[in-house]
Every structure is written in C-alpha cells, then in structure tokens.
Design a protein around this ligand. Structure first.
Ligand code: KG4
Ligand code: ZN
Length: 353
C-alpha cells in the first residue's frame, strides 16, 4: 500500500507518502512540512484563525510537493490518512475537507487519524519497533507515559496535571524574551549555560503517582528571573540550562518508575516535539542504559509535527481493513486511551492568544 498522509492540527501544514518495501519494511518516500512560525511569532503563540487560513493557502502545494518527492501521483495512492483530532478545529477542517474531496473525486479510501497515535507509532516507521513498548509522549499539548500493546491498544500510565512540557518550554522562552517557538530557543540558549546554577522544584517527585506537573517550574523561573533583573545574557543561558536539566530529570524519574512496573517490556520510545531536545534525549539514553532498556528516539524531523507519522498510522489501520465515512467530523479533544479518566488541566493543544 502507498499511503498519503496529511497533517494540519496545529501550525504545520504537512504531507507525506509512506509504504512498505517488498520485505515489509517501512519506507518513508517523502516528508514535506511547512511551518507557520513567521505568521504566529509576532503574537507569541498560535492564533487558530491565522493557522486555518495558512493551512488553506498551502495545502494543495504541499500535497503536490509530497507526491512529487515520492515520485508518485494520486493514481498510485491506495489510501489517505488525515489528522482528524485532537487539535485546532479550523486547521483540522482544512485537512479533513481536502482529504474528503480527494477521496470522493479520485475514489481513494481515507482514514481519520488521531494525531497522538501518529506520534505514538512513529518509532514503528523509523525503527520497525515491535509491540509492546513504553512511550513517553512529550509535545506542546501533551505529556504522557503510555504502554503501547498494539494498534489502538494504549494504556495511559501518566499525564501532566497542569501544563504540558512543551508549554513549559514555550512559556519559559516567552518569559525570558526568547521568542516563539520556545523549545528550540531555550535549548539553544542553554548551550552556554550552567545547568547547576539554579535549583528548581520537581513537583510530585517521591509521591505515589507517575503523573507530572510543570506549572510550578514556570513560576519558579519567573521568581528567579525577577530577582536577577536586569537579566544578562549569561543569566538567561543559566536559567535555560537549569530549566532543561530539571525537565529532563522529572521525565527520567517518571519513566524509571513506569519501567519498574513491567517485566515484559524492554523498549522506551520517546516522541513528540520535546523529544527533539538533546539534553532530554541524553538523560533518557543514560536511564535506559542503567535499566537494560533500548531507547528509540526518532530523527528530529519526525519528532515535531509531520505527516509521515499520520500516513504511517493510517497504513497500519488500512492494513486491518479500516476506512472512514464521509460524515467524519474533526475532534478538538481525543484521548488515546479512552478508558483512563482524564485529568483536569492536563495540557492543551496550541498556545491560544
Ligand atoms: O509535537 P509538536 O511539534 O506539536 C504538538 O503536537 O504540540 O510539539 C511542539 C512542542 C512545542 O511546545 C515546542 O516548543 C517543543 O515541542 N519543542 C521543543 C524542542 N523542539 C520543539 N522543546 C524542547 N526542546 C526542543 N528542541
Ligand atoms: Zn504533535
């Protein structure tokens, strides 16, 4: 099967083509991502209406690019996977309506895909990882630890009780005047910083829960920054490095406790935009070494939002004979694990201004 993927849930317009080779190994044929950073940066966060309009004007071109780079055309596409939630509804509608139009006019089956499932299965596209595995999903809207037992079989073990970890990076960057998007800018500033200069709190540590909390970290950074005004470049670097180290420590601590719960798993997969942070990757790498685990961290361009992960999740579902109806509607909220109760305030998609 040759699958076209489409992603428009937040501020990246993306299209991609994936397939399997003759031996059944996953193959990424193209991966085109257009970021809307310039459109949103002056507002310090993603503005939903601007995002939807930008998706609309870029959509056709991005799909054509993805098909061209894969050296294919619509007549050779066997199915389309499109993100139908969770996310900003205006953007989701652009992707979904485009997909329905292509599906109806070209008679190609399509599937609405959960964006989080895309992140969750990326490691199967890049590294052919077998089920079951532990997943640390850390993005702008989510911070979760999930046991992945199979396609559609997800057990949420932990979530944030307030901000998502990506939000913590974005808010720290905003506070320190580093601009949007925050994560990469905090990481860059941290390169020249002293990660031991400030000691920030690690909420919930030691308590009988795997859940995480990041809103106190943001407050602690603000309080520390206010004491240092006027902030020198070195202060900012030190604050970023200390913040990054604290986040890496919190994540590693929670993953270690999750690992201890199972003896039938030996793989930790990290996914989502924050998974591109090298300090966090290194901390998880050493955690896995200590616990005889394998760490699978997808390449950076497949950690942040992309359509390859959506195409891949769709391919796995098409292989099971699934397809969506024309009356499918976008969903702003759509937990991966429906059975586990949701936690109030557990992250959100997009930083609405
Ligand atoms: O997965 P993603 O691209 O979009 C969502 O589904 O949310 O994640 C975006 C988030 C943003 O909060 C961004 O600041 C963060 O990932 N991020 C990073 C890095 N690159 C992106 N956080 C820390 N370090 C990075 N290098
Ligand atoms: Zn994402």
């Amino acid at each position: 099967m040759r699958i076209l993927g489409i992603e428009t849930s937040c501020d990246e317009t993306a299209a991609s083509v994936v397939t399997r080779d003759e031996g059944g190994k996953p193959q990424l044929l193209s991966n085109v991502v257009l970021s809307q950073i310039d459109e949103h940066s002056q507002f310090g966060g993603v503005v939903p209406e601007i995002a939807a309009r930008a998706h609309l004007s870029a959509m056709d071109y991005i799909i054509k690019q993805a098909l061209a780079q894969a050296d294919t055309d619509l007549s050779q596409i066997d199915g389309i996977g499109v993100t139908s939630g969770p996310g900003l509804v205006g953007g989701l509608m652009v992707g979904l309506m485009t997909t329905k139009a292509l599906s109806a006019s070209r008679n190609i089956p399509y599937l609405g895909i959960n964006h989080l499932e895309g992140h969750a299965l990326t490691a199967r596209l890049t590294d052919d990882v077998a089920y079951p595995y532990l997943l640390l999903l850390v993005s702008g809207g989510h911070s979760q630890i999930i046991r992945v037992d199979g396609l559609g079989n997800y057990l949420r073990l932990a979530t944030t009780i307030d901000d998502a970890v990506g939000e913590a990076f974005d808010k720290t960057a905003k506070l320190l005047g580093l601009g949007f998007p925050g994560g990469p800018n905090v990481e860059k500033a941290a390169w020249t910083g002293d990660q031991n200069r400030f000691k920030f709190p690690m909420p919930l540590r030691g308590q009988d829960t795997l859940n995480m909390s990041f809103s106190g970290l943001k407050t602690a950074i603000r309080t520390q920054a206010q004491k240092l005004v006027p902030l020198q470049e070195q202060d900012i670097a030190d604050l970023c490095a200390s913040m990054q180290k604290t986040v890496a420590e919190i994540l590693a601590n929670r993953c270690e406790r999750a690992m201890a719960q199972f003896c039938d798993i030996d793989t930790l997969v990290v996914a989502g935009g924050v998974a591109s942070n090298s300090e966090i990757r290194q901390r998880l790498e050493s955690l896995c070494m200590q616990n005889s685990y394998k760490l699978i961290a997808p390449p950076l361009k497949l950690c942040t939002d992309n359509a390859a992960m959506i195409a891949w999740a769709a391919l796995e579902r098409f292989e099971q004979g699934e397809r969506s109806d024309m009356d499918l509607a976008p969903r702003s909220r759509w937990p991966l694990d429906n059975a586990t109760q949701s936690v109030m305030g557990s992250g959100r998609k997009g930083v609405k201004v």
